[in-house]
Design a protein around this ligand. Structure first.
Ligand SMILES: Nc1nc2c(ncn2[C@@H]2O[C@H](COP(=O)(O)OP(=O)(O)OP(=O)(O)O)[C@@H](O)[C@H]2O)c(=O)[nH]1
Length: 329
């Protein structure tokens, strides 16, 4: 709607930057059918975040899915879809459901405002708006979103190694097992255990053990290349690796590269019974999407294969495909 906008912001307010936000880039999707409104909001907010525009409801949904913005400033009365219809779609799609939505609308009455909050909006601003109020509210929400993201990442990171922790792994495994079934692909899940690590700790000290575990974690960063490839510290000296949309040859290659990457680090372990250097054993299962299975079952199989690798002499990979054939690589 083409309401008259009061957008005279002071220089200091438009230049105010969110404190402690480091290099994190935040994105705002501005949805308004009036070009003049989009322009004014852009001028107010372009110092605070990257701005994306949509000029109608359909485009808003499309761009929200594509860019997954942190925040959406959403007009309500638009020719195709209303802002209320847009937010319903946004909040029902797992990809966009976490996007925060502020309504900016000429529907300046408490019933519509209540409806906006009921549908999942986080704020409601009446047009014509005062520039400083828009900036203050947007900044407040961007800061809350940032803090939420920081807390979320801290809760999912292993403090020693900096890779994901078991809590994150549990969530990723549930998602990937479901996606594998849905997409009828193959999923590799591996448990990786450092060999004779108790002897390493006992002989070189716990501090040296910690450094060695960080180096093991670094091998995953070096070897895993695809965006959905995932590694986590499972606990102690055990790690889990998840390779979605995999096949046996590709998975074997990654696992061999992992063992080679650790070998290249040449971490001396004179008390190991298999090598002069630190080594790892891997138990892995390649799950076919047609095979009905649960995350717990997958971990149980990988764990059994890890112990087989240990029993067979350590420093090796044991992989099982589709729960049927077993092969030492
Ligand atoms: N330095 C350090 N050591 C850890 C950490 N978490 C677990 N450990 C040690 O990892 C060792 C695991 O020992 P075991 O479970 O006997 O395994 P292992 O000696 O590697 O034996 P195999 O797996 O059979 O080759 C123990 O000494 C733990 O104290 C950690 O965060 N830092």
């Amino acid at each position: 709607m083409n309401e008259k906008l009061n957008h005279e912001a002071t220089e200091s307010s438009t230049k105010r930057m969110i404190k402690n936000m480091g290099d994190i880039e935040q994105k705002i999707l501005i949805v308004d059918d009036e070009k003049a409104n989009r322009k004014v909001l852009k001028e107010l907010l372009q110092d605070q975040a990257t701005i994306i525009f949509a000029k109608n409801g359909e485009q808003a949904i499309e761009l929200a899915k594509k860019h997954v913005p942190d925040l959406m400033l959403l007009d309500v009365i638009m020719p195709d879809k209303s802002g209320f219809e847009v937010i319903e779609e946004i909040k029902n799609d797992p990809v966009t459901m976490a996007v925060s939505v502020i309504f900016i609308t000429g529907l300046a009455n408490s019933d519509d405002e209540e409806r906006g909050f009921d549908l999942g909006g986080c704020d409601y601003i009446y047009k014509p708006f005062k520039a400083n109020i828009v900036i203050a509210r947007v900044l407040m929400h961007l800061e809350l979103i940032y803090q939420r993201k920081m807390l979320d990442s801290i809760a999912h990171i292993d403090a020693l190694t900096g890779i994901s922790n078991r809590r994150k792994m549990d969530a990723v495994l549930v998602d990937e097992v479901a996606a594998n079934k849905r997409d009828k692909k193959q999923l590799l899940v591996a448990i990786i255990d450092v060999d004779f690590f108790k002897q390493y700790n006992d002989n070189y000290g716990h501090g040296a053990g910690d450094i060695a575990l960080k180096k093991v974690a670094a091998t995953f960063r070096e070897v895993l290349k695809r965006p959905r490839d995932f590694a986590a510290r499972y606990g102690g000296e055990e790690f889990v690796m998840i390779l979605p949309d995999s096949n046996l040859d590709g998975a074997k290659l990654v696992m061999n590269n992992l063992m080679q990457a650790l070998a290249d680090k040449a971490i001396i372990h004179e008390h190991s019974q298999v090598s002069r250097y630190l080594t790892m054993s891997i138990g892995a299962v390649l799950i076919d999407g047609e095979q009905s299975t649960s995350p717990e079952q997958v971990i149980g199989i990988a764990d059994r294969l890890l112990y087989q690798a240990k029993r067979q002499g350590r420093n090796q990979i044991v992989v099982e495909t589709f729960f049927k054939t077993q092969a030492a690589v």
